[in-house]
Design a protein around this ligand. Structure first.
Ligand code: DC
Length: 217
C-alpha cells in the first residue's frame, strides 16, 4: 500500500505524512530530505548551483541511502548521518536549484521506488503522484496559501528564538514554488487523479483524518 503526497514548500506535508505513517504503521519517506542531502554535498564541495555540467557529473560521487532508527528516517550521505544539517534555508534553496538536474533526479527516484516496492509507505515530495509512484493507491495534492505557509514557517522560527522577516519568508516561498513548478523535469503539479486538499483553514488532525479516510475507502 502506497500513499503519495505532493505539494509546495510549507504546506505541512511532512507533519501530516509522519502522523499518517504512525497511525497506520507505515514507513514515512521524506524525499525532500534526499534532495537536501544531495544539496548539502554540493554546498560542501563549493559547487555553484548554476554549474549544471559539474552537478551532472559530480552527483555520481554522492552515495545517498536511507535507514530507519527508532522509526525516524536517517539520511546517510557517503557514510555520514546528515539529518542535523538538512533543515536550513540555505540547504532548502540549494535543493530546489540542484533538483532540476535529470541525473540527480534519476538517482533519487530509483531509491524512492525501491523503498516503496519493499514497504507500505507514506511518501511526500513534488513528483510522487506524477512520476515516482503513479500507481499509488492514494494520491493527494496538499497545498495552502503562500501567506499561510509563510506564517507557519515564521511561527516555527520564532519558537526557536529567531527574529525572522515574514515578508522575506513569503518571497522565498513564492520563488521556490515558481522554480519547482516551472522546471523542465518533473515539475510540481497536481496529478489528474490526485485529491486536492487545501490545508489553509484546516487543523493537522482534520487533514490527517481526510487522508486516512481516503485510504480506508
Ligand atoms: O520538501 P523540501 O522543502 O524538503 O524539498 C526541498 C527541495 O527539494 C524542493 O524545493 C524541491 C526538491 N524536491 C524535488 O524536486 N522533488 C521531490 N520529490 C522533493 C523535493
Amino acid at each position: 500500500m502506497n500513499i503519495a503526497i505532493d505539494g509546495p514548500a510549507g504546506a505541512g506535508k511532512s507533519t501530516i505524512a509522519k502522523r499518517i505513517a504512525k497511525e497506520l504503521g507505515y514507513i514515512y519517506v521524506d524525499t525532500g530530505a534526499m534532495y537536501r542531502a544531495m544539496a548539502l554535498f554540493f554546498i560542501r564541495k563549493g559547487v555553484d548551483p548554476s554549474a549544471t555540467e559539474l552537478i551532472d557529473t559530480m552527483c555520481k560521487d554522492a552515495q545517498i541511502s536511507i535507514e530507519y532508527r527508532n522509526g525516524e528516517q536517517v539520511v546517510v550521505l557517503n557514510g555520514e548521518n546528515v539529518n542535523a544539517f538538512l533543515r536550513t534555508e540555505e540547504v532548502g534553496n540549494m535543493a530546489s536549484a540542484t533538483s532540476v538536474n535529470p541525473n540527480v533526479r534519476k538517482k533519487l527516484v530509483e531509491l524512492q521506488q525501491e523503498l516503496a516496492a519493499k514497504n507500505d509507505v507514506v511518501m511526500d515530495g513534488r513528483d510522487i503522484c506524477t512520476v515516482v509512484l503513479p500507481k499509488a493507491e492514494v494520491k493527494v495534492f496538499l497545498t495552502a496559501g503562500s501567506d499561510v505557509r509563510a506564517k507557519r514557517r515564521y511561527d516555527e522560527l520564532v519558537a526557536k528564538g529567531e527574529n525572522p522577516d515574514i515578508k522575506k519568508i513569503e518571497a522565498d516561498i513564492i520563488e521556490r514554488d515558481n522554480r519547482d513548478m516551472n522546471r523542465e523535469v518533473s515539475p510540481l503539479k497536481q496529478a489528474p487523479d490526485a485529491t486536492f486538499v487545501d490545508s489553509s483553514y484546516m487543523t493537522i488532525e482534520e487533514v490527517v483524518e481526510t487522508i486516512i479516510g481516503l485510504t480506508k475507502k
